[in-house]
Design a protein around this ligand. Structure first.
Ligand code: NVA
Length: 302
């Protein structure tokens, strides 16, 4: 594994190894407390972040490494004065690894192509691989297995989290259904849907969650979506809200997942996200452990 750009690039074994390493690190974090001594991670943000920024910072500090936090709004690149290729070549001379949050996935891939250090996708508008690796770890902890489970994702599905989850389910042979409106702007990317042949796309949310062990949703207002679209999107997506009724159509012991940030009353009711079946803060915590695993794999080949 040279970079972590997309779940699609990983083999089934690589995904399972990362999850198992994350679980191992969580159980015994002390063992790794000097593992990244003198290593420098650059975190490069074009968009806001809470979990990704803080969990990567904490992961590096807790393994003896250092971070340089760079918000791109002050960079010559964001002012159109420098190419992303040159940015990649320069940062490769200073740091050992770079984690990037960038809107445009193609621009992100250009950065990766020109970088001589490992590059981690910390979210683009197309994928969010570190989130999904952490989520698989959470599912494994809660359900004690990944084999034989069913995951349903409900809501806005033209979405980075949906795409990464679909790739992961396709790779691991996990049953998955996506419940979303029958509209291009709310459905998974065509190429992703084509690749993830085993994932079912269903327009009725209750039907989609039937027999599910995991119900997953994400914000209807992802970072890439302008505020002006808020009202229109709520109208289209409102029947895809995860509420008590939707939860009832899944298995009794189903868990509710959300990558956060969440808007209570929109994609999920308060009752569900703050209820007993919700594991959203365990998901947030596991970002730390899985990112330690990703960093160790890329920087130490552990
Ligand atoms: N789909 C969301 C994920 C946030 C972690 C977004 O892109 O804003």
């Amino acid at each position: 594994m040279k970079h972590l750009l997309s779940i699609k690039d990983l083999s089934k074994k690589e995904i399972l190894d990362l999850i198992n390493l994350g679980i191992k690190i969580k159980k015994n974090p002390k063992k790794y407390h000097k593992a990244l001594y003198e290593k420098v991670l650059l975190t490069f943000f074009q968009m806001p972040s809470l979990r990704t920024e803080l969990s990567f910072d904490a992961a590096m500090f807790k393994m003896g490494g250092e971070i340089i936090d760079y918000h791109s709004e002050t960079s010559p690149w964001s002012k159109g004065k420098e190419t992303i290729e040159d940015v990649a070549k320069v940062i490769s001379r200073y740091c050992d690894c770079v984690m990037v949050r960038m809107q445009d996935h193609k621009e992100f891939l250009k950065l990766a192509k020109n970088s001589t250090i490992p590059v981690i996708n910390g979210l683009t508008s197309f994928e969010h691989p570190v989130q999904i690796l952490g989520d698989l770890m959470t599912i494994k902890e809660k359900k004690r297995k990944l084999k034989g489970i069913k995951i349903s994702y409900i809501g806005d599905s033209n979405n980075n989290v949906t795409h990464s989850l679909m790739f992961a389910c396709q790779k691991l042979g996990i049953k998955m259904s996506v419940g979303c409106p029958k509209k291009k702007d709310f459905s998974p990317d065509k190429e992703v849907a084509k690749y993830c042949k085993k994932v079912k796309i269903i327009n009725n949310p209750k039907e989609a969650v039937k027999d599910s062990d995991v119900i997953y949703t994400d914000s209807w207002m992802s970072y890439r979506i302008p505020k002006s679209q808020h009202k229109k999107r709520i109208k289209i997506l409102k029947s895809y809200q995860v509420n008590k009724e939707v939860m009832k159509s899944a298995k009794k012991d189903a868990i509710f997942m959300h990558c956060l940030p969440a808007l209570r009353g929109e994609e999920v009711t308060k009752e569900v996200i703050d209820g007993k079946q919700s594991v959203v803060f365990d998901q947030a915590e596991n970002r730390l452990h899985i990112e330690k695993a990703v960093l160790l794999k890329l920087l130490k080949n552990i």
